[in-house]
Design a protein around this ligand. Structure first.
Ligand SMILES: *Cc1c(COP(=O)(O)O)cnc(C)c1O
Length: 496
């Protein structure tokens, strides 16, 4: 049965999956959601014999029904290839009593590669299917991780260009080097003299600028977004939850049909929502455990039923989870309102006007599949140290939050269900925080710490890090926030 998509805030108008991917966000500001969640069609035990690509295909063909089999296979083959540094793509490792699913073996060593390595292909295929002949210009502001993952995904993909703005001086040395050394004829990286919000605001203004839109059109170009609210990023993420389940069947931790838990270090609620969709598609999940850092808006929401962003923004050692508005939560709100667009829209209006909303008691009961907890900075550092000392296994700071939260969950519930911790970044990406957690405050240069981490962990330095150690700087454009549009016009060769 074909799956169509509609807005969480709209009037029920349906679009195809490829149209939803092309648009990114619905015209009314809502997010696209499937009109029904399809069921997995093959028995659970069969997944144990599949590789990652086959699993991804089995999941994606159910959600992206207007792509042909050939189109999906081509997208998957282009994405999950030798860019990943291991054959399994997402290895699942047993450490002590728990499993870690490592989603950081792609080109930028963070989990966003899982979706951003396939999105460019889904997007260009969608353009072709909908007879759009314009080249697609991806415009993104980044606080670090998304920019590099998007650059790597779109580099040299025909009929696309990608422009990334980052706050000059506002990202880590490693993150900046990763971006400014990016190869690819169609890539353009710009440092903005301002903070992330300034860069983000500048990008939003360009998206809404009708003169600029016209200038693009006149030159056979159109903007699109690689943002995490695009269903083209959500759907590929469902696959690795099915994959993790099948690995536990394969290693006989469970029998097909037995339940498992997932612990997900959460920021924008995209990753964990994909896990919840996997559950709704038929993967037996007992609890989706939502792990937050000190920015614990989601923890409070799951405990109280009130979402409240009116609080201080706390900078932590897990920066990709430093978020007060978890955009993808809107898709869960939509589901618990009984798929009532008006109710969902009303909550989102309260959120933007007052900064908070409270769901009803009966809506709250529908959140029983989730468990929210958080870990403080001290707890996280302590947990990283203990896991290394007990098992010789080093996690990054985001995965560290999930690991701590799992320990708290075990203490509170005593639940013995086999559990998978979703591991979202390589410790090498956050070497300073990780080495400080294990050895105490570090002051040495990042690359010195990276060398020490290699000795300590016994895991070789990944290519993503080796590449930037002596790579040429290819992007050195820096601009004032007010000059972002003229920089874009110049790069794209637009007049005016
Ligand atoms: C983006 C990111 C997260 C948060 O994922 P969401 O889908 O935003 O919840 C967690 N860890 C790392 C390393 C990330 O880059």
């Amino acid at each position: 049965m074909e799956v169509f998509y509609k807005s969480t805030r709209g009037d029920g108008t349906l679009v195809t999956s490829s149209q939803a991917i092309l648009k990114g966000l619905a015209d009314d500001g809502g997010l696209f959601v499937p009109d029904h969640i399809p069921q997995l069609e093959i028995p659970l035990e069969h997944f144990a014999d599949m590789d990652y690509r086959q699993t991804a295909y089995e999941v994606m063909r159910l959600m992206l029904t207007d792509y042909t089999d050939d189109e999906l296979h081509a997208c998957i083959d282009h994405a999950y290839d030798a860019k990943f540094d291991c054959e399994e793509i997402a290895p699942v490792k047993k450490v002590g009593g728990v499993h870690f699913m490592e989603l950081f073996h792609g080109s930028t060593i963070a989990f966003k590669d899982m979706a951003l390595s396939i999105l460019p292909h889904l997007l260009t295929t969608a353009a072709r299917k909908n007879e759009i002949t314009d080249d697609i210009v991806i415009l993104t502001a980044t606080s670090g991780d998304t920019g590099k993952a998007a650059l790597a995904g779109f580099a040299d993909v025909p009929h696309t260009r990608i422009i990334v703005f980052y706050p000059k001086g506002g990202v880590s040395k490693i993150q900046e080097l990763q971006m400014v050394t990016q190869k690819g004829e169609n890539t353009f990286v710009v440092g903005v003299k301002g903070n992330f919000d300034d860069a983000q605001t500048g990008v939003k203004m360009m998206f809404n600028d009708s003169n600029l839109k016209q200038a693009l059109n006149d030159n056979g170009l159109r903007f699109s977004s690689a943002n995490s609210i695009n269903i083209g990023r959500l759907v590929p993420q469902i696959a690795y939850y099915v994959w993790a389940y099948s690995r536990l069947v394969k290693d006989r931790t469970i029998k097909a049909g037995d339940p498992i838990n997932f612990v997900v270090p959460t920021g924008n609620f995209g990753n964990i929502l994909a896990g919840y969709y996997a559950k709704r598609m038929g993967i037996p999940v007992n609890k989706m455990i939502c792990a937050s850092n000190d920015n614990k808006v989601l923890y409070d929401f799951f405990r109280t039923g009130t979402y409240d962003r009116n609080r201080d923004f706390i900078l932590t050692s897990s920066p990709s989870m430093d978020i007060l508005i978890s955009s993808n939560l809107e898709r869960l709100i939509y589901l618990i309102t009984g798929e009532k667009e008006v109710d969902c829209k009303a909550f989102m209006k309260e959120l933007s006007e007052k900064g908070s909303y409270t769901i009803t008691e009966s809506e709250k009961e529908l959140l029983a599949d989730f468990y929210g907890e958080y870990a403080s900075e001290e707890e996280n550092a302590q947990g990283i140290k203990e896991t290394f000392e007990q098992y010789g296994y080093v996690t990054d700071t985001h995965t560290g939050v999930a690991n701590c939260v799992y320990r708290k969950y075990l203490k509170e519930t005593g639940d013995q269900t086999p559990t998978v911790i979703v591991s979202t970044a390589s410790p090498y990406k956050f070497a300073r925080s990780v080495m400080s957690a294990i050895k105490g405050e570090q002051t040495a240069d990042d690359f010195v710490l990276i060398g020490q981490l290699e000795t300590l962990s016994g895991t070789p330095i990944p290519n993503a890090i080796k590449e930037i150690m002596d790579a040429k700087i290819l992007h050195d454009t820096v601009c004032e926030t007010g000059a972002m549009e003229s920089v874009v016009r110049k790069y794209l060769g637009l007049e005016g």
